[in-house]
Design a protein around this ligand. Structure first.
Ligand code: HPA
Length: 274
């Protein structure tokens, strides 16, 4: 993923918008509705943008929506690229590089995830406090361009502390119950076995999903500030006596949509930017 490709994608987007976005939103499975709230949207399908891969999973639209949301100019990814779709880690994280090139220094990353922590319930929202990369690889492997970030980037505050506290305060203010916890990123596409879920719990995981970790690693490499929010769409395998289905994931995200929308919109209103 060389710098020219990032610039070409970024220039294509720049030429389509009047105001430069300041905040990036990565919208996970079933959570793309947030993009529908954006005012005077400029919509750019991924397949129009130079070097952008195309999104394939159902529940993901595959387009950028840029415009005003709660007083901020945002760039939303309605659908993301997953490693399990067969994209390289560089392709999965390409949009984050493009966001940085556009001048975006803060992102909100969302996903649907299985609850590992037994005090969670399907439908809970979880503010991500940290993550475990269990994907067996990293988007930062390969030659390092020092202009983009450090060879050995610090990950000790991968999720911005001020953003975490602010998100929790905002949820309290709105009377929306939120959990907080550690997100484990697996490759998927199979859901976990019960034994794997027990292992992930011992490791300190609270929720497990198939995304987010690569994007957050690249965002940290690029010195961007990150807020992460998981929608607990189901309890992870083996916790309840029932099989896991993508339909359940979509149904639950559909149910918490209203809380999710209300929370994220209010967060966007006064998220500290720099
Ligand atoms: N496991 C992994 N990814 C997921 C899950 C899960 O239980 N639910 C939604 N995404």
């Amino acid at each position: 993923m060389d710098y020219t490709m990032i610039q070409e994608a970024s220039n294509y987007i720049k030429n389509k918008v009047a105001t430069m976005p300041e905040l990036g939103l990565v919208l996970g499975s079933g959570l793309g509705v947030l993009a529908e709230e954006i005012n005077e949207p400029v919509v750019i399908p991924y397949n129009e943008i130079p070097h952008f891969p195309e999104s394939t999973v159902s529940g993901h639209k595959g387009q950028l929506v840029i415009g005003n949301l709660e007083g901020k100019t945002v760039l939303a990814m309605q659908g993301r690229f997953h490693f399990y779709e067969g994209y390289t880690m560089q392709q999965v994280t390409f949009p984050i590089r493009v966001m940085k090139e556009l001048g975006i220094n803060s992102i909100i990353v969302t996903n649907a995830a299985g609850g590992i922590n037994e005090s969670f319930q399907p439908g809970d929202l979880m503010i991500i406090t940290d993550h475990i990369n269990n994907m067996g690889t990293s988007p930062l492997i390969g030659p390092n361009d020092e202009a983009m970030g450090a060879r050995f980037p610090d990950m000790s505050t991968a999720y911005d502390k001020e953003y975490i506290n602010y998100a929790i305060k905002t949820a309290e203010m709105l009377n929306i119950n939120v959990q907080r916890g550690v997100y484990v990123g697996n490759t998927g596409p199979a859901y976990e076995t019960p034994a794997e879920v027990r292992m992930l719990r011992i490791w300190g995981g609270d929720a497990v999903g198939m995304s987010t970790v690569p994007e957050v690693m690249v965002a940290n490499h690029a010195k961007m500030r990150v807020l992460g929010i998981s929608c607990i769409s189901n309890m992870a395998a083996g916790i309840l006596d029932q099989p896991l289905t993508h339909d359940e994931v979509m149904e639950t995200t559909d149910k918490v949509k209203q809380d999710f929308l209300q929370l994220v919109k209010r967060i966007i209103q006064s998220l500290p930017m720099n």
